[in-house]
Design a protein around this ligand. Structure first.
Ligand code: TYD
Ligand code: ZN
Length: 420
């Protein structure tokens, strides 16, 4: 197994990425590289001003396609403790997402949970979703590996285990709390390197008639909208429905229902039960994916070409704005921002500042390209003409909130060159 990565400095041990040469879903070694986004720092490794002179560890960011099962996935695994070590504590920055998760819990508790039944959330963060169930006649349990965040969750009355969800942990939960009627995992499966072990845990913990409900960004939307900036080291998998259905089936689980949602640039929500195979509705979606060529190497080659074209066009646009004397700044400093700026090589010369509403990010700098991150309340005093909408998945909420900027003649432009 090849090992790659860059040493940071003499005093710290080198952080190394591991090359993964087998598929996370079917274990075959029939992987082909379909996109190379270059060497990049961890997208959430924001830099404190005093650390700007230090060398940043950078890792290859390549996308592989498994030609056996159609799963799209990263070729390199950055150690989890490097990615999540300084995980910042952000309570729900988006009102829309908070309501979205509360709604998801409400609907599924009504459908699957018997009185006094157990609801487990994987990746429960500070418990802000589970807290909405506290007045219901159900038991709740959060699982989240981030220690500082789980302390907050426990303090607000959401019992939370500060560990990764594994087969072993699922066994312990089963022993102490019994089977779960509902297990929820939103935007967690994509972060998991050992998917087999998580499936084993689900199978262990689910009650006979219980359900696992998950959401993941949908590969079809990533391809159709060329959302290459959702590809970063934390996201190891990019799911289509077909590989998911096969994965669950191999573990005695049955993908029963899928629906498509607009969140995070396009997501799929799935409902999984104990059993095997998949439902007719899921079979129809898989047929559609086959017709759309979702696992064809040619689809990915065309995608990679569009990604390269977008980079050239975005840089051209920023240079043109600069020549015209227009001031461009960034709006939002999500992980996606780091991917776009690093891949396109957009430094502080073309984009001097980025604004973000998250207090913990303010005063820090974007990894790799080093733009300072300021509070969104400072947009007005800096007076940009154009805002590069790096948090484009929140476009509706942001353009509503910053309507004054548009009224003043300002323009938003996404990294995919969509203007508003
Ligand atoms: P998000 O897309 O949730 O995160 P990621 O891609 O890193 O998983 O991040 C959205 C970012 O945008 C977050 O840093 C906060 C910022 N933001 C604003 O600055 N203003 C806003 O109105 C909203 C909704 C988000
Ligand atoms: Zn595979």
């Amino acid at each position: 197994m090849e090992v790659t990565g860059a040493p940071s400095n003499d005093s710290k041990p080198a952080v190394e990425a591991r090359l993964r040469d087998t598929c996370r879903v079917c274990d075959s070694n029939q992987l082909i590289e379909v996109l190379d986004l270059g060497r990049q720092p961890a997208a959430n490794a924001y830099i404190a001003p005093g650390d700007l002179h230090l060398e940043e560890p950078k890792f290859p960011l390549t996308l592989n396609l498994c030609t056996n099962c159609g799963q799209a996935q990263l070729g390199h695994v950055v150690p989890a403790d490097h990615l999540y070590r300084s995980y910042m504590f952000y309570t729900s920055t988006s009102q829309t997402m908070t309501e979205h998760f509360a709604q998801l819990l409400r609907t599924n508790v009504d459908e699957f949970v018997s009185p006094g039944g157990l609801v487990v959330e994987i990746g429960s963060n500070d418990g802000s979703a589970l807290v909405t169930l506290l007045n219901d006649n159900v038991r709740v349990l959060g699982v989240d590996p981030s220690r500082n965040i789980s302390v907050v969750a426990n303090a607000r009355g959401i019992p939370t285990i500060a560990e990764f969800f594994t087969g072993e942990l699922a066994g312990e939960i089963y022993t102490t709390a019994g089977p779960a009627d509902l297990i929820v995992g939103c935007n967690v499966l994509g972060h998991v390197d050992a998917l087999d072990d998580v499936c084993l845990g689900l199978r262990t913990l689910l009650s006979e008639s219980g359900a696992f409900v998950f959401e993941v960004p949908y590969l079809g939307d990533l391809l159709d909208r060329t959302e290459y900036d959702t590809i970063y080291h934390e996201h190891l998998s990019y799911f289509a429905v077909k590989p998911l259905a096969h994965l669950f089936d191999r573990h005695g689980l049955r993908l029963d229902r899928v629906e498509f949602l607009p969140v995070h640039g396009g997501s799929v929500r799935g409902t999984v039960k104990r059993g095997s195979g998949w439902s007719d509705q899921v079979a129809e979606v898989i047929d559609a994916e086959e017709r759309e060529g979702r696992s064809d190497p040619g689809t990915f080659q065309a995608f990679a070409k569009r990604v390269g074209d977008l980079r050239a066009r975005l840089v051209d646009t920023l240079v043109r704005y600069s020549d015209e004397g227009l001031q461009v700044m960034g709006y939002g400093a999500p992980a996606k921002a780091s991917v776009v700026l690093n891949y396109c090589g957009i430094g502080t010369d073309l984009l001097p500042t980025v604004f973000d509403s998250t207090p913990a990010k303010q005063g820090m700098h974007v990894p790799g390209t080093h733009q300072p991150i300021l509070d969104v309340s400072a947009v007005d005093e800096h007076g940009p003409d154009v805002l590069l909408l790096l948090a484009w998945n929140h476009a509706e909420e942001i353009t509503r909130k910053e309507g004054w900027f548009l009224e003043r003649g300002g323009r938003f432009l996404t990294p995919h060159l969509v203007e508003s």
